[in-house]
Design a protein around this ligand. Sequence first.
Ligand SMILES: [Zn+2]
Length: 321
Amino acid sequence: MKLPDGLIQVADGLHLWAPGYTGTWGFANCLLIVSGEEAALVDTPYDQAMTEALMGAAETVLPGAVRTIVNTHVNGDHTFGNGCFPDAEIIATKASAEHLCHEPSPQQMHFLTHQTPADQPLGWYARRHFGRYRYEGVESVPPTVTFSGRYELTVGDIAAELIEVGPAHSAGDLVVHFPDRGVVCAGDVLFAGDHPVHWNGPLGNVIAACETILALDPEVVVPGHGAVMSREDVRCYVTYHRELEALIRARHAGGLSADEAAADILAGGFRDHLGLPERVVILTAVEYRHLDGDTGEPDLVALAARAAEWAYRHRGEDVLD
Ligand SMILES: [Zn+2]
Protein backbone atom coordinates (compact mmCIF):
# COMPACT_ATOMS: atom_id res chain seq x y z
CA MET A 1 0.00 0.00 0.00
CA LYS A 2 1.64 3.22 -1.15
CA LEU A 3 0.34 6.44 0.35
CA PRO A 4 0.67 9.75 -1.50
CA ASP A 5 3.82 11.71 -0.72
CA GLY A 6 2.38 14.90 -2.17
CA LEU A 7 -0.77 16.99 -2.13
CA ILE A 8 -3.01 18.01 -5.04
CA GLN A 9 -3.79 21.71 -5.15
CA VAL A 10 -7.50 22.03 -6.00
CA ALA A 11 -7.60 25.84 -5.57
CA ASP A 12 -5.48 28.58 -4.03
CA GLY A 13 -4.83 27.50 -0.43
CA LEU A 14 -6.76 24.22 -0.74
CA HIS A 15 -4.63 21.09 -0.89
CA LEU A 16 -6.06 17.59 -1.22
CA TRP A 17 -4.47 14.51 0.31
CA ALA A 18 -6.03 11.76 -1.78
CA PRO A 19 -4.98 8.19 -0.92
CA GLY A 20 -6.60 7.29 -4.23
CA TYR A 21 -7.51 3.64 -3.70
CA THR A 22 -10.94 2.52 -4.80
CA GLY A 23 -12.33 -1.01 -4.60
CA THR A 24 -11.79 -1.14 -0.86
CA TRP A 25 -12.72 0.70 2.35
CA GLY A 26 -11.04 3.33 4.50
CA PHE A 27 -8.99 5.49 2.12
CA ALA A 28 -10.74 8.80 2.71
CA ASN A 29 -9.78 12.14 1.19
CA CYS A 30 -8.54 14.91 3.51
CA LEU A 31 -8.44 18.59 2.53
CA LEU A 32 -5.86 20.93 3.97
CA ILE A 33 -6.75 24.65 4.13
CA VAL A 34 -3.74 26.97 4.33
CA SER A 35 -3.72 30.76 4.40
CA GLY A 36 -1.04 33.03 5.88
CA GLU A 37 0.01 31.55 9.20
CA GLU A 38 -3.16 29.51 9.64
CA ALA A 39 -4.02 25.94 8.70
CA ALA A 40 -7.08 23.72 9.07
CA LEU A 41 -7.86 20.18 7.98
CA VAL A 42 -11.14 18.71 6.75
CA ASP A 43 -11.23 15.08 7.99
CA THR A 44 -8.39 13.04 9.44
CA PRO A 45 -7.13 9.63 8.18
CA TYR A 46 -8.03 6.21 9.58
CA ASP A 47 -4.90 5.52 11.61
CA GLN A 48 -1.70 7.07 12.88
CA ALA A 49 0.55 5.85 10.04
CA MET A 50 -1.76 7.41 7.46
CA THR A 51 -1.98 10.65 9.45
CA GLU A 52 1.82 10.78 9.59
CA ALA A 53 1.95 10.25 5.82
CA LEU A 54 -0.49 13.12 5.36
CA MET A 55 1.50 15.44 7.60
CA GLY A 56 4.72 14.46 5.82
CA ALA A 57 3.13 15.31 2.46
CA ALA A 58 1.85 18.60 3.92
CA GLU A 59 5.22 19.76 5.25
CA THR A 60 6.02 22.00 2.30
CA VAL A 61 2.76 23.98 2.49
CA LEU A 62 2.10 24.04 6.25
CA PRO A 63 2.99 27.31 8.00
CA GLY A 64 2.78 25.70 11.46
CA ALA A 65 0.48 23.48 13.47
CA VAL A 66 -3.02 22.56 12.29
CA ARG A 67 -5.25 24.36 14.80
CA THR A 68 -8.66 23.44 13.42
CA ILE A 69 -10.13 20.10 12.32
CA VAL A 70 -13.49 19.78 10.60
CA ASN A 71 -15.08 16.33 10.62
CA THR A 72 -17.59 15.98 7.76
CA HIS A 73 -19.13 13.10 9.77
CA VAL A 74 -17.98 10.73 12.49
CA ASN A 75 -17.14 7.48 10.63
CA GLY A 76 -13.71 6.35 11.83
CA ASP A 77 -12.07 6.68 8.41
CA HIS A 78 -12.66 10.45 8.70
CA THR A 79 -11.99 10.91 12.44
CA PHE A 80 -9.62 8.32 13.94
CA GLY A 81 -6.67 10.63 13.15
CA ASN A 82 -8.18 13.38 15.35
CA GLY A 83 -6.02 12.22 18.27
CA CYS A 84 -2.87 13.17 16.34
CA PHE A 85 -3.87 16.85 16.76
CA PRO A 86 -4.25 17.15 20.55
CA ASP A 87 -4.37 20.97 20.63
CA ALA A 88 -6.78 21.44 17.74
CA GLU A 89 -10.37 22.56 17.89
CA ILE A 90 -12.55 19.85 16.31
CA ILE A 91 -15.74 21.02 14.62
CA ALA A 92 -18.66 18.76 13.65
CA THR A 93 -22.44 18.92 13.66
CA LYS A 94 -24.33 18.46 16.91
CA ALA A 95 -26.09 15.45 15.31
CA SER A 96 -22.69 13.85 14.59
CA ALA A 97 -21.59 14.32 18.20
CA GLU A 98 -24.83 12.80 19.46
CA HIS A 99 -24.44 9.71 17.27
CA LEU A 100 -20.75 9.12 17.92
CA CYS A 101 -21.57 6.38 20.44
CA HIS A 102 -23.17 4.29 17.66
CA GLU A 103 -19.96 4.21 15.59
CA PRO A 104 -17.73 1.13 15.78
CA SER A 105 -14.87 2.08 18.14
CA PRO A 106 -11.18 1.48 17.30
CA GLN A 107 -11.30 -1.40 19.81
CA GLN A 108 -14.25 -2.97 17.98
CA MET A 109 -12.46 -2.56 14.65
CA HIS A 110 -9.39 -4.26 16.10
CA PHE A 111 -11.59 -7.11 17.34
CA LEU A 112 -13.33 -7.45 13.95
CA THR A 113 -10.05 -7.62 12.06
CA HIS A 114 -8.20 -9.93 14.48
CA GLN A 115 -10.56 -11.99 16.61
CA THR A 116 -13.44 -12.95 14.34
CA PRO A 117 -13.21 -16.30 12.47
CA ALA A 118 -11.20 -15.62 9.29
CA ASP A 119 -13.06 -18.33 7.36
CA GLN A 120 -16.51 -16.82 8.02
CA PRO A 121 -17.94 -14.01 5.86
CA LEU A 122 -17.61 -11.11 8.35
CA GLY A 123 -14.13 -12.08 9.55
CA TRP A 124 -12.97 -12.67 5.98
CA TYR A 125 -14.41 -9.35 4.81
CA ALA A 126 -13.11 -7.34 7.78
CA ARG A 127 -9.55 -8.64 7.29
CA ARG A 128 -9.70 -8.09 3.55
CA HIS A 129 -10.86 -4.46 3.67
CA PHE A 130 -9.85 -3.22 7.15
CA GLY A 131 -6.96 -5.48 8.14
CA ARG A 132 -4.35 -3.07 6.74
CA TYR A 133 -5.13 -0.37 9.34
CA ARG A 134 -3.77 -0.26 12.88
CA TYR A 135 -6.51 0.42 15.41
CA GLU A 136 -4.45 -0.42 18.49
CA GLY A 137 -3.79 2.70 20.56
CA VAL A 138 -6.26 4.82 18.55
CA GLU A 139 -8.60 6.89 20.71
CA SER A 140 -11.91 8.11 19.34
CA VAL A 141 -11.71 11.88 19.92
CA PRO A 142 -15.08 13.68 19.90
CA PRO A 143 -15.68 17.19 18.49
CA THR A 144 -14.99 20.17 20.75
CA VAL A 145 -17.27 22.57 18.84
CA THR A 146 -20.68 21.56 17.48
CA PHE A 147 -23.39 23.37 15.53
CA SER A 148 -26.66 22.83 13.72
CA GLY A 149 -27.51 24.39 10.36
CA ARG A 150 -24.59 26.54 9.25
CA TYR A 151 -21.24 27.59 10.70
CA GLU A 152 -18.85 30.21 9.34
CA LEU A 153 -15.16 29.30 9.53
CA THR A 154 -12.31 31.59 8.49
CA VAL A 155 -8.77 30.29 7.95
CA GLY A 156 -6.45 33.23 7.27
CA ASP A 157 -8.28 34.98 4.45
CA ILE A 158 -10.14 31.88 3.24
CA ALA A 159 -13.84 31.81 4.07
CA ALA A 160 -15.46 28.42 4.56
CA GLU A 161 -19.10 27.76 5.19
CA LEU A 162 -19.98 24.50 6.93
CA ILE A 163 -23.45 23.40 5.83
CA GLU A 164 -25.30 20.62 7.60
CA VAL A 165 -26.81 18.28 4.97
CA GLY A 166 -27.57 15.25 7.17
CA PRO A 167 -29.11 13.00 8.00
CA ALA A 168 -28.04 11.41 4.70
CA HIS A 169 -24.88 9.28 4.56
CA SER A 170 -24.78 9.46 8.36
CA ALA A 171 -26.88 11.17 11.02
CA GLY A 172 -24.85 14.38 11.02
CA ASP A 173 -23.21 15.04 7.64
CA LEU A 174 -21.82 18.44 6.75
CA VAL A 175 -20.25 19.77 3.55
CA VAL A 176 -17.64 22.52 3.41
CA HIS A 177 -18.23 25.28 0.86
CA PHE A 178 -15.45 27.66 -0.16
CA PRO A 179 -17.42 30.40 -1.94
CA ASP A 180 -14.31 32.33 -3.07
CA ARG A 181 -12.68 29.20 -4.47
CA GLY A 182 -15.60 27.46 -6.21
CA VAL A 183 -14.94 24.30 -4.20
CA VAL A 184 -17.16 22.04 -2.10
CA CYS A 185 -15.70 19.32 0.09
CA ALA A 186 -18.54 16.84 0.43
CA GLY A 187 -17.45 14.04 2.78
CA ASP A 188 -19.22 10.71 2.26
CA VAL A 189 -22.38 12.19 0.84
CA LEU A 190 -20.34 11.58 -2.35
CA PHE A 191 -18.22 8.63 -3.48
CA ALA A 192 -16.36 8.34 -6.80
CA GLY A 193 -15.30 5.06 -8.43
CA ASP A 194 -17.15 2.66 -6.13
CA HIS A 195 -20.74 2.08 -5.19
CA PRO A 196 -21.47 4.47 -2.31
CA VAL A 197 -22.41 3.34 1.17
CA HIS A 198 -24.92 5.20 3.31
CA TRP A 199 -25.75 4.18 6.86
CA ASN A 200 -28.57 6.56 7.68
CA GLY A 201 -30.51 7.40 4.51
CA PRO A 202 -33.02 7.38 3.08
CA LEU A 203 -31.57 7.71 -0.43
CA GLY A 204 -33.86 10.72 -0.95
CA ASN A 205 -31.87 12.58 1.72
CA VAL A 206 -28.61 11.83 -0.11
CA ILE A 207 -30.18 13.19 -3.31
CA ALA A 208 -31.27 16.33 -1.42
CA ALA A 209 -27.73 16.77 -0.06
CA CYS A 210 -26.33 16.48 -3.61
CA GLU A 211 -28.83 19.09 -4.79
CA THR A 212 -27.67 21.43 -2.02
CA ILE A 213 -24.12 20.97 -3.36
CA LEU A 214 -25.18 21.58 -6.97
CA ALA A 215 -27.04 24.75 -5.94
CA LEU A 216 -23.70 26.15 -4.72
CA ASP A 217 -22.51 25.84 -8.35
CA PRO A 218 -18.98 24.60 -7.54
CA GLU A 219 -16.22 24.12 -10.12
CA VAL A 220 -14.61 21.35 -8.09
CA VAL A 221 -16.27 18.87 -5.76
CA VAL A 222 -14.13 16.74 -3.45
CA PRO A 223 -15.90 13.46 -2.57
CA GLY A 224 -15.25 11.54 0.63
CA HIS A 225 -13.50 8.82 -1.38
CA GLY A 226 -12.14 8.69 -4.92
CA ALA A 227 -11.23 11.24 -7.56
CA VAL A 228 -12.31 14.89 -7.62
CA MET A 229 -15.69 15.40 -9.31
CA SER A 230 -17.35 17.94 -11.61
CA ARG A 231 -20.94 19.17 -11.36
CA GLU A 232 -21.80 16.71 -14.15
CA ASP A 233 -20.32 13.85 -12.11
CA VAL A 234 -22.54 14.90 -9.20
CA ARG A 235 -25.59 14.93 -11.48
CA CYS A 236 -24.76 11.35 -12.64
CA TYR A 237 -24.43 10.37 -8.99
CA VAL A 238 -27.90 11.77 -8.30
CA THR A 239 -29.24 9.66 -11.21
CA TYR A 240 -27.60 6.56 -9.68
CA HIS A 241 -29.50 7.20 -6.45
CA ARG A 242 -32.82 7.91 -8.17
CA GLU A 243 -32.58 4.70 -10.21
CA LEU A 244 -31.56 2.59 -7.22
CA GLU A 245 -34.34 4.09 -5.10
CA ALA A 246 -36.90 3.06 -7.76
CA LEU A 247 -35.45 -0.47 -8.06
CA ILE A 248 -35.58 -0.94 -4.28
CA ARG A 249 -39.10 0.45 -3.92
CA ALA A 250 -40.45 -1.83 -6.65
CA ARG A 251 -39.03 -4.89 -4.90
CA HIS A 252 -40.26 -3.73 -1.50
CA ALA A 253 -43.76 -3.33 -2.96
CA GLY A 254 -43.40 -6.80 -4.51
CA GLY A 255 -42.82 -8.42 -1.13
CA LEU A 256 -39.12 -9.31 -1.47
CA SER A 257 -36.93 -9.21 1.64
CA ALA A 258 -34.20 -6.56 1.65
CA ASP A 259 -31.46 -9.12 0.98
CA GLU A 260 -33.49 -10.74 -1.82
CA ALA A 261 -34.08 -7.30 -3.34
CA ALA A 262 -30.38 -6.40 -3.23
CA ALA A 263 -29.35 -9.77 -4.70
CA ASP A 264 -31.88 -9.31 -7.50
CA ILE A 265 -30.72 -5.74 -8.26
CA LEU A 266 -27.08 -6.87 -8.35
CA ALA A 267 -27.91 -9.90 -10.51
CA GLY A 268 -29.41 -7.42 -12.98
CA GLY A 269 -25.99 -5.75 -13.32
CA PHE A 270 -26.84 -2.40 -11.72
CA ARG A 271 -23.81 -0.11 -12.35
CA ASP A 272 -21.53 -3.16 -12.46
CA HIS A 273 -18.53 -1.08 -13.58
CA LEU A 274 -18.28 0.30 -10.02
CA GLY A 275 -16.31 -1.30 -7.19
CA LEU A 276 -17.74 -2.81 -3.99
CA PRO A 277 -21.11 -4.00 -5.36
CA GLU A 278 -21.92 -5.54 -1.96
CA ARG A 279 -22.60 -2.02 -0.70
CA VAL A 280 -25.92 -2.24 -2.57
CA VAL A 281 -26.92 -4.76 0.12
CA ILE A 282 -26.40 -2.04 2.76
CA LEU A 283 -28.14 0.66 0.72
CA THR A 284 -31.12 -1.63 0.20
CA ALA A 285 -31.33 -2.59 3.88
CA VAL A 286 -31.16 1.08 4.91
CA GLU A 287 -33.87 2.06 2.41
CA TYR A 288 -36.07 -0.80 3.63
CA ARG A 289 -35.75 0.46 7.21
CA HIS A 290 -37.27 3.78 6.11
CA LEU A 291 -39.94 2.11 3.96
CA ASP A 292 -40.86 -0.06 6.97
CA GLY A 293 -40.95 2.92 9.33
CA ASP A 294 -38.13 1.57 11.51
CA THR A 295 -36.82 4.58 13.45
CA GLY A 296 -34.21 2.73 15.53
CA GLU A 297 -30.47 3.37 15.22
CA PRO A 298 -28.78 1.59 12.29
CA ASP A 299 -26.35 -1.13 13.42
CA LEU A 300 -23.29 -0.54 11.23
CA VAL A 301 -21.58 -3.85 11.97
CA ALA A 302 -24.79 -5.83 11.34
CA LEU A 303 -25.23 -4.00 8.02
CA ALA A 304 -21.61 -4.66 7.04
CA ALA A 305 -22.11 -8.34 7.95
CA ARG A 306 -24.97 -8.58 5.45
CA ALA A 307 -22.79 -7.05 2.72
CA ALA A 308 -20.00 -9.46 3.70
CA GLU A 309 -22.35 -12.42 3.20
CA TRP A 310 -23.04 -11.32 -0.38
CA ALA A 311 -19.36 -10.61 -1.08
CA TYR A 312 -18.34 -13.99 0.37
CA ARG A 313 -20.77 -15.80 -1.92
CA HIS A 314 -19.37 -13.88 -4.93
CA ARG A 315 -15.68 -13.93 -3.95
CA GLY A 316 -13.31 -14.51 -6.82
CA GLU A 317 -15.21 -12.09 -9.06
CA ASP A 318 -13.59 -8.80 -8.05
CA VAL A 319 -10.29 -7.15 -8.71
CA LEU A 320 -8.66 -7.85 -5.32
CA ASP A 321 -8.64 -11.62 -5.99
ZN1 LIG B 1 -15.55 7.37 4.45
